[in-house]
Design a protein around this ligand. Structure first.
Ligand code: G1P
Length: 291
């Protein structure tokens, strides 16, 4: 079995759920506490053993590349001021992992974004990380999934149970439990109406996929929202290969949504070793019942 060493980050979306903040700034660069959103996913990937990250980017997204590059003037400035711990952190970000960038010229869907990275993946398994899903967990999410991948040698989808009224925002699976939070997928549907959803098990933004998906996506026609949907490709793949789903152990925030972003900000700030205590004391002074 080939080792999992690569991850794709689709990051070409227009961020319409977060307008007007995302009119001129990439959604991926919105800060949660003191880091841009995408850095949480990149750090999770690195902590899971990923060695190469492919960011599928688009126009107006250059700030992402700059963030993971060296920042010569800034580094010199911090050096001159003797800000050694900040300098160390800034350098760490640029040296964390090998990054490649590829442009998705049009926002044609998640399936299409993944297809853009085909030449860089070749015939290896790979992870897909949707950066606006932030997963706070003891064991990094992709690491949890790679253990399951090793056992089943098949694609693994991260899932979580959601409220019935929320299923229309997700890819939803029909599945049977095979134990320990693992399910064998029987069917998948992208963003179903509540009544049509096969279950309350929703796909969240982490996948481990195998390269057969590329050929399938090449033949997948636009589905929901006239986009090439990964879920539709996976449904076709099921005819040839088993797919498993795994309930991630950890807390997931949908930070691409305004409310989810606020939840992530508050909870991750409370956990932050530098700010947590003061922030908690501040929140206590707010007397929430008066708002
Ligand atoms: C995408 C997928 C969907 C999945 C979701 C998880 O949708 O198409 O199947 O449930 O990510 O966040 P998006 O949120 O990009 O519309």
């Amino acid at each position: 079995m080939k080792r999992l060493t690569k991850a794709i980050f689709p990051a070409a979306g227009l961020g319409t759920r977060f307008l007007p903040a995302t009119k001129a700034s990439p959604k991926e660069m919105l800060p949660i506490v003191d880091k841009p959103m995408i850095q949480y996913g990149v750090e999770e990937a690195v902590a899971s053993g990923i060695e190469e990250i492919i960011i599928v980017t688009g126009r107006w997204k250059r700030a992402i590349e700059d963030h993971f590059d060296i920042a010569f003037e800034l580094e010199e400035n911090l050096k001159a001021k003797g800000e050694s711990s900040l300098l160390k952190e800034i350098k760490r970000i640029a040296n964390m992992v090998t990054l490649c960038y590829i442009r998705q010229k049009e926002a044609l869907g998640l399936g299409h974004a993944i297809l853009c990275a085909k030449q860089l993946i070749m015939d290896e398994p790979f992870a897909v990380i949707l950066g606006d899903d932030i997963i706070d967990s003891k064991v990094p999410a992709i690491k949890q999934m790679s253990e399951i991948y090793k056992k089943y040698n098949s694609p693994i989808l991260a899932i979580q149970r959601v409220k019935k009224e929320e299923v229309h925002r997700y890819g939803v699976i029909k599945a049977i439990s095979v134990g320990d939070g693992v399910y064998k997928v029987l069917d998948l549907v992208e963003k179903p109406k509540t009544k049509e959803a096969p279950s309350d098990l929703a796909i969240i933004g982490r996948y481990i996929l195998t390269p057969e998906i590329f050929e399938i996506l090449e033949r997948t026609t636009p589905g929901k929202n006239r986009e090439i949907q990964l879920t539709d490709g996976l449904k076709k793949m099921l005819k040839k290969k088993p797919i498993y789903a795994y309930e991630i152990k950890g807390k997931r925030y949908d930070a691409g949504d305004k409310l989810g972003f606020l939840k992530a900000t508050v909870e991750l700030a409370l956990k932050n070793p530098e700010l947590g205590k003061d922030f908690k004391n501040y929140l206590k002074t707010l007397h929430l019942e008066d708002w």
